[in-house]
Design a protein around this ligand. Sequence first.
Ligand SMILES: [Zn+2]
Length: 195
Amino acid sequence: MSRPISSLEAYWGPFDRPVSVFLLESRGRLAELGLLRPLPDWVSSFTHWPHFFFQVYDGSSPEFRGLQHEFCHLFIWQKLSRKLPAWIEEGICEALSAMPDPRPIRAELMEKPFAEWDTPTLLDLDPGPLPENQAYRKCHSFVRYLIQKEGWERFRASLDDSNENVVKRLCALEPQWKDAISAAAIPEASETGVP
Ligand SMILES: [Zn+2]
């Protein structure tokens, strides 16, 4: 369990307080605990405010990237003492845990600006047939672009502002990111061609 944490400490510093981690052996246990609505099949990890981490555990090794993503939520909540809007928070968790380029991204998600993503989770935004919610990909690509452009330290420092100001700042940068990725001639998502 320590490697996914130590790799994130390079960004956040150490946890300020201990975190509680729970591994659940099946999805059925989720329903029994009454914690969450049903999750799509591709979700194997999730985190619950304020510091519980769950991973549906099937006996194989917990997936490293999934662990990193969930621990990143815990770092955000401890270091900022709040949650960020879902699209920003998931983008950070993806960008700091998933190194591969997240594209392609479904066209209709590209066209709907982040300012209109007024939803507590991203799971509702992409009901498409692909095995991964592409709303995460868009957030990931955007945050990844900003971290590369501004540097982690500056990006991280900007998160200390209020959520309202963080949203304002990032929404203003969305067109710039779209220009940058369209200039790079990125293919649009197809219904079948996404790994
Ligand atoms: Zn997440």
